[in-house]
Write a protein that binds this ligand. Structure first.
Ligand code: HEM
Length: 213
């Protein structure tokens, strides 16, 4: 109880300080809103999470693991190919060439150049070598499964945010191929220089899940 007493003493002191320094009531309203905001433990948790992700982003941005730093050499582009989950898991940034791939909405992107985000020290490391669809749907980096993830339970609004993220990945990173459940579904792109590009563009505008096809 002592802590709630000292909490209210601090709150009163802050309010008094603002009253004295402000020429209008705006600052007081702002402080009051902040006090209400931070009185909810969920908001405190979210703020701490954001601060942690910011910290990781800026820390990894200046680290030696950054793909832009001289110590890391980007591996050559990956030939177009479909992958099973087991193959995808290998591209988690911890392999000898440091390659990082992730899947979103059934499509695999080579995100090695985004190493400061997805590399072992990056804020989004749990997505590396994974099907990240659910993480983007929930906006929760930890929401990734080790096994095949059936995303048919996602709501239309979650699917639409998945598609927005997918659009960003398609603009920023190289498309590698499809994430397939079974090796028998892997198709060959040998005679097809731009294999998958049509499918990629098509799927982005469709509301359906390519993994269901
Ligand atoms: C809640 C706190 C969060 C904060 C403050 C935050 C902050 C940021 C910032 C500042 C960037 C841009 C970095 C840059 O361009 O230098 C960024 C990019 C990004 N964030 Fe977050 N983020 C948060 C949560 C999340 C979550 C939950 C996810 C995934 C589910 C996520 C996924 C991403 C991705 C994929 C990028 C783009 C990385 C790329 O360019 O490849 N973020 N975030």
């Amino acid at each position: 109880m002592a802590s709630s007493e000292s909490e209210s003493i601090v709150k009163d002191a802050v309010k008094e300080a603002v009253k004295e320094s402000s020429t209008d009531g705006n600052s007081e309203t702002l402080v009051a809103s902040l006090l209400v905001f931070f009185s909810n433990p969920v908001n405190i948790g979210l703020t701490l999470l954001c601060a942690y992700l910011f910290y990781k982003l800026f820390k990894s941005g200046s680290s030696d693991n950054d793909s832009q730093s001289e110590s890391f050499k980007l591996p050559p582009p990956l030939p177009k190919r479909d992958m099973t989950l087991d193959e995808l898991h290998k591209y988690n940034g911890k392999g000898p060439d440091g390659r990082i791939c992730l899947a979103i909405n059934g499509k695999i992107y080579d995100c090695t150049k985004g190493r400061r985000f997805y590399g072992p020290d990056g804020p989004y490391a749990p997505l590396a070598g994974r099907d990240a669809t659910r993480a983007f749907a929930y906006f929760d980096v930890q929401a990734v499964k080790d096994d095949w993830d059936d995303i048919s339970d996602l709501t239309p609004s979650q699917m639409s945010s998945v598609q927005e993220w997918e659009m960003q990945f398609s603009e920023r990173y190289e498309y590698v191929g499809k994430l397939v459940k079974d090796a028998s579904e892997i198709r060959s792109y040998e005679d097809d220089d731009v294999a998958g590009d049509d499918e990629q563009g098509g799927d982005l505008n469709e509301a359906e899940n390519p993994k269901d096809k």
